[in-house]
Design a binder for this molecule. Structure first.
Ligand code: NAP
Length: 289
């Protein structure tokens, strides 16, 4: 292996330490950042994600509330829970774990969250702020990828970044954050002919597809930074990413592993977003006449 590992677990620990310090500072002003996580249905993977988020909050001194509802919950009931949390001064961030049961309209549900509490950054308001280059809450996963890139010490200005995947939650915001950092960005997707021609010319590759081993060594430029967002399972049921780690690590300059890469960073950035929302709410209260 020639590539250096982008250790998401270690970097997340650092970010969470910084969050904990700022949480303590905010506590002196009588504010404790609060995150509400809503889980509808009994998807086991979602339950694990929610548990990890709630535990991370507790570990960093944030207040957290977990609300679990049956898959049969009506949209009206879910919207009314969100309205109550929007009005709750102890809650600064609201996260509805996706995917939702099919009868619930995810777009309507996300749009019901008050913009100031949209710590997932998935709403049209937050996406618009990112698009326009205005301050706001950014989706945690691409934000975590940016932190990982920052940790390499490599300037992104003028670098060619290829993002594989164009979802609203990962691929598109990732591309916009890279653009904001002055990278030259190419976004690839399932309709891209000759993906390898793009990735081979990339200084940075972010793979966010959900297909095990789809990025191979032959597709990577020597010395490139490779960030693996994918979460997949191999034949043995073991967690793995979109990148053929063993092969690509022989070619790349930097590579993030799965597990222990983007996953922990996503949780750390969610805490950071909740803290940011609480700090802004505290500042607004302070300024109010
Ligand atoms: P998604 O909504 O399914 O999007 C996948 C994207 O990959 C789509 O844009 C799709 O293109 C593209 N794609 C599919 N096949 C392709 C191919 N052969 N070549 C090039 N592009 C292809 O998934 P997502 O929500 O963005 O998540 C992507 C992966 O990241 C998943 O494995 C997910 O579990 C993981 N994830 C991890 C974290 C974390 O914290 N680590 C967080 C979020 C997501 P089209 O648009 O053309 O269909």
């Amino acid at each position: 292996m020639t590539a250096r590992t982008l250790d998401g677990t270690a970097l997340a620990r650092t970010v969470r330490g910084e969050v904990a310090e700022r949480v303590a500072a905010l506590a002196l002003r009588g504010v404790r950042p609060g995150l509400a996580v809503i889980l509808v249905g009994d998807d086991p993977a979602s339950a694990v994600y929610v548990r990890n988020k709630v535990k991370a909050c507790e570990d960093s001194g944030l207040h957290s509330v977990q609300e679990r509802y049956a898959a049969s919950m009506t949209e009206a009931d879910l919207l009314s829970r969100i309205a109550a949390l929007n009005a709750d001064p102890l809650i600064h961030g609201i996260l509805v774990q996706m995917p939702l049961p099919r009868h619930l309209d995810a777009h309507r549900v996300i749009e019901a969250i008050a913009p100031a509490k949209d710590v997932d950054g998935f709403s049209v308001h937050s996406a618009g702020q990112l698009m326009a280059g205005l301050p706001g809450l950014r989706p945690a996963t691409p934000l975590g990828c940016m932190k990982m890139l920052e940790s390499t010490g490599v300037s992104l200005r003028g670098q060619h970044a290829v993002v594989i995947g164009r979802s609203n939650t990962v691929g598109k915001p990732m591309a916009l954050l890279l653009l904001q950092a002055h990278a030259t960005v190419t976004v690839c997707h399932s309709g891209t002919p000759d993906l390898a021609a793009h990735t081979r010319s990339a200084d940075i590759v972010v793979a966010a597809v959900g297909r095990r081993g789809m990025l191979t060594a032959a597709m990577v430029k020597p010395g490139a930074i490779v960030i693996d967002v994918g979460i997949n399972r191999d034949e043995a049921g073991k967690l793995c990413g979109d990148v053929d780690f063993a092969g690509v690590a022989e070619v790349a300059g930097w590579i993030s592993p799965v597990p222990g890469g983007v996953g922990p960073m996503t949780i750390a950035m969610l805490l950071s977003n909740t803290l940011q929302a609480a700090e802004l709410a505290a500042a607004a209260t302070h300024q109010a006449p």
